[in-house]
Design a protein around this ligand. Sequence first.
Ligand SMILES: NC(=O)c1ccc[n+]([C@@H]2O[C@H](COP(=O)([O-])OP(=O)(O)OC[C@H]3O[C@@H](n4cnc5c(N)ncnc54)[C@H](OP(=O)(O)O)[C@@H]3O)[C@@H](O)[C@H]2O)c1
Length: 322
Amino acid sequence: MDRYETMPYVRCGRSGLRLSRVAFGLWHNFGTYDDRANMARLVTRAFDLGITHFDLANNYGPEPGSAEENFGRLLDSELKGHRDELIVTTKAGHLMWPGPYGDWGSRKSLIASLDQSLRRMKLDYVDIFYSHRPDPETPLEETMGALSDIVRSGKALYVGISKYSAAQTREAAAILKRNGTPLLIHQFRYNMFTRGIEKDGLLDALEETGAGGICFSPLAQGLLSSRYLDGVPADSRAAKNAFLKTDTITPEMRAKLARLNDFAVSRGLTLAELALKWVLRDRRVTSVLMGASRVSQLEENLGFLQKPDLGSSDLEGIEGLL
Ligand SMILES: NC(=O)c1ccc[n+]([C@@H]2O[C@H](COP(=O)([O-])OP(=O)(O)OC[C@H]3O[C@@H](n4cnc5c(N)ncnc54)[C@H](OP(=O)(O)O)[C@@H]3O)[C@@H](O)[C@H]2O)c1
């Protein structure tokens, strides 16, 4: 199978684990009300294109938990026999079940949530288990202690954190190190429009601690593609007006997207390819974690792997357009 020939696999921080440069996320399009045949097409095409890394969380759906159930079905059908070629992740830390234990980062929540995720996916272990967000009310020692114990119990091979600040990341990594469990990876939002991690110095913290970095929503949920150049298509994420609000697509935003699109085309790229190249321009970003609602988007987006990297004049040009 030539699936491993075009995708680069990059060492995650200072660990021994190599991750596909592109990971595929199941936040949208894998829930109770989505088309199962489309899910199978997306996951098998992603794998055939060399994506080995599939990102989930306890609450992905809707209904919460349904993305894990649907992915579990695919592991048992289209992906059967390939478990050892895959990196499967899940997370806990956002609201999942009622009462005081179905949210945030206590030891009780994390361990119970992972047990539920494993049952939904019919797995014995996940490759990476994440604390989905920092919990201001639980001691970091407790959250990190739970992650270390989860690795020791064999229910996850590695651990990660998501949306922690640079300072919280340094502290979390130090606690994990004392526990004998390295911090493998940090998952953060990063794209041309959302650049908080630059001010916070998160990538410096990752380099210091030896963790890798994976950035989510690299296309700003689809804004940084051709999706909204001519309006808001009825079948788009913005049309659902939930996580991406319709009122984000202002005339100013559309003018900016048109400028960026013209710039991409002048460099032989689509806007989505430009956005993916842009987030991967820093070698401390191990992987880009994207979503897609159809196979044609996946295929278009992965074209960036065959195109030359952006030079400093390209990067300056982009800054002038943002
Ligand atoms: N750790 C966290 O807290 C966190 C938070 C958010 C996400 N994540 C992870 O990151 C993953 C990716 O997030 P995301 O889905 O927001 O990423 P994204 O790649 O920025 O957006 C993906 C969406 O953009 C649209 N799109 C993609 N390629 C396109 C193309 N070529 N042309 C037109 N439209 C295109 C599609 O939306 P439509 O076709 O539906 O319009 C697609 O579902 C998630 O699945 C999840 O695993 C993690």
